[in-house]
Design a protein around this ligand. Sequence first.
Ligand SMILES: Cc1cc2nc3c(=O)[nH]c(=O)nc-3n(C[C@H](O)[C@H](O)[C@H](O)COP(=O)(O)OP(=O)(O)OC[C@H]3O[C@@H](n4cnc5c(N)ncnc54)[C@H](O)[C@@H]3O)c2cc1C
Length: 246
Amino acid sequence: MTDTPAPDLKPSFRSDVTVELVKHSASDSDVLWAARVSTAGEQSLEELQKDPERSKGLINYLMRDRHGSPFEHNSMTFFISAPIFVFREFMRHRVGWSYNEESGRYRELQPVFYVPGAERKLVQQGRPGKYEFVDGSAEQQELTSRVMEDSYRRSYEAYQEMLAAGVAREVARATLPVGLFSSMYATCNARSLMHFLGLRTQHELAKVPSFPQREIEMVGEKMEEEWARLMPLTYAAFNTNGRVAP
Ligand SMILES: Cc1cc2nc3c(=O)[nH]c(=O)nc-3n(C[C@H](O)[C@H](O)[C@H](O)COP(=O)(O)OP(=O)(O)OC[C@H]3O[C@@H](n4cnc5c(N)ncnc54)[C@H](O)[C@@H]3O)c2cc1C
């Protein structure tokens, strides 16, 4: 038996997020199959796919008239690594989502922290509900990185000090900030993903604009990319109909 290697306890800083599609059973045919049972009963895959124009029309009609349940007969599981503050927003999405996240009680948390990249707009102008973000100055960018990194280092040292003294992980973790990276599996279907994307991404085709925090939008954009590949007709209908979940 080999020993588990000692974790690298030197803090590292990231400005990106990871989204990996680890498992899926999701296609446009799943939508057609569920919808056509209304009028045609059970159908073979061949029958379902024999008229592509009709399929496209049916999916568009379901989306436009908000017949949502045919979009639920599919499943996508993502492995996501992102800061804790993103997961806190993410887990507000209750319907059609299942989550399992790494535990700060059962494992020692690794020192990986979020620091915004140069492209992340830093300054908010206007009032809540009607504001925009603009680039910060070079000084603001330098300050943000430096202060965040210092603060992360100090909080992780405090965490380590308590662990070394025998304090339980679940107690010591209280010193760690929401910029710490966590990881989770999140499973959804196309309908719940569309609802998420409608709220957590900004898009020129959106009938109802939303103003998500950029970091959860980064996760949403990566999920959207995977889903678009799996269900191109459904994805096109979502965009054509203003990115409102049916
Ligand atoms: C830009 C933005 C800013 C936000 N700011 C804040 C904030 O300041 N503070 C804060 O607390 N939250 C905030 N949120 C979170 C927000 O209030 C929702 O909790 C989150 O977007 C999940 O949306 P949802 O409830 O529609 O999704 P889900 O929980 O997935 O629900 C999906 C749909 O199911 C139905 N549904 C679910 N549960 C119920 C229920 N109990 N009763 C009736 N119908 C239900 C609704 O139709 C709902 O839209 C913000 C979200 C966004 C996108």
